[in-house]
Design a binder for this molecule. Sequence first.
Ligand code: HEC
Length: 99
Amino acid sequence: MRKMMAMMVMLLSLPAAAQDYRGGRVLAERWCMACHIVEREPRSATADGVPTFPAIAAKPGTTAASLDSYLSTGHTRMPDFQLSRGERNALVSYILSLR
Ligand code: HEC
């Protein structure tokens, strides 16, 4: 319990962007990991034809805006998660943190 409290205090004292990115990682592990490699390693470009998050982050055309708009709509081979703005922001900052 005390450990929990310490964690909470730590999280609360982090700048907003860092919190976003941690939340994004949790969301990615919950929703995206079924298809994508969402971790920094291994740095392969694709797994079973699906681009990995580090590879997406590394693409020259990838920006916060491009990711946000990609995640706002459904895709042929990707489910439409109907993400909230906050969830999109968290996922976008997590993906970009893999650069
Ligand atoms: C059912 C499998 C599946 C799941 C789950 C999934 N994706 Fe995807 N994703 C794909 C595939 C396949 C592609 C390649 C493009 C396509 O075929 O639609 C893709 C492409 C992408 C791209 C664009 C990559 C590029 O080259 O620009 C992004 C960004 C992305 N996914 C993010 C996410 C996020 C964030 C989640 C979790 C909320 C997620 N995906 C969950 C299958 C999935």
